[in-house]
Each structure stands twice: as C-alpha cells, then as structure tokens.
Design a protein around this ligand. Structure first.
Ligand code: SF4
Ligand code: SF4
Length: 134
C-alpha cells in the first residue's frame, strides 16, 4: 500500500471524522489494516495515496484542498518530514516500524506543527497531536 508520509501522523490520531462519509469509510479500512498487522508493508510517498483516493479534495493526481500552490508547498513539507525521520521516499517499510519512528522523533507539538500540522483543520480533535507534549 502507498501512504503519503504525513498520513503516518494523521492515521494515529484518526477518530472517524473526515471530509465525507466515503472518505471516513475508506480511511477506517486503511487504519484497521494497519491496526491488525503491524508488519503490513507500506511504501512512503509524497503524492496522493490510499487515503486520498476517496477524498473530495483529490483532483486528478493532486490535492486541491487549498489550491495548487498550497499543494506544492505541502509536497515540499512531505519531503522535509522524510528527512526529519531519516526515511527514504518511495521505499517500502513495515507500518509498525514507521509509527515507532514517527513517535520517537516527533516528540512534541512544536515539532509536529513545524513539520506539517500548523494549519490543519483537524488540529482541535486529533488524538495523536493532543497526546504530544507542548
Ligand atoms: S493535526 Fe492534522 S496534520 Fe497533524 S497529525 Fe493530526 S490530522 Fe494530521
Ligand atoms: S485533503 Fe488532500 S492530502 Fe488530505 S486526504 Fe484529501 S486529497 Fe489527501
């Protein structure tokens, strides 16, 4: 399965909220696959992924949630997350290893916001982000 790297953060804070019913159903299925088997192989990418595929903001191969320029900025942020986590893009890893790496390196809210979460609309309810120290 292909996963956009910032979704390694979001999946851990997911609580059945999302852009629409189809999106929530699909994301629940993806998250459950990983919950049931931490050895599931995942290729980390910066492009749209198995979660984006049912998102109303997906337009062709890009995310238009806040426009094309914003999408380009976000792709650069995805690359910085990979660098920060010392992970190779387009490489396959076990999901359990990836979650451990995220949680050991992104150890507070300040880092999470700098890396990606700064203007996320789900910040107020994201369990993963709320679980981090300030
Ligand atoms: S705050 Fe938003 S971007 Fe950050 S992990 Fe949670 S859902 Fe993802
Ligand atoms: S808002 Fe964009 S990045 Fe987030 S799930 Fe939808 S298409 Fe993917």
């Amino acid at each position: 399965m292909k996963i956009r790297i910032h979704h390694l953060l979001c999946m851990q804070g997911f609580q059945d909220k999302g852009y629409n019913e189809e999106f929530v159903k699909n994301m629940t299925e993806v998250v459950n696959i990983f919950k049931n088997d931490s050895k599931t192989k995942v290729t980390i990418i910066t492009a749209l992924d198995s979660i984006c595929k049912c998102c109303p903001h997906k337009q062709g191969e890009i995310c238009v949630s806040k426009g094309e320029e914003y999408n380009k900025e976000r792709v650069e942020k995805e690359k910085r997350i990979a660098e920060f986590l010392d992970l190779e893009l387009n490489k396959e890893y076990e999901i359990g290893f990836l979650f451990e790496r995220v949680n050991s390196r992104i150890c507070n809210q300040r880092i999470a916001k700098q890396l990606y979460c700064d203007d996320c609309q789900w910040l107020y309810c994201c369990l993963w982000h709320q679980g981090l120290e300030e």
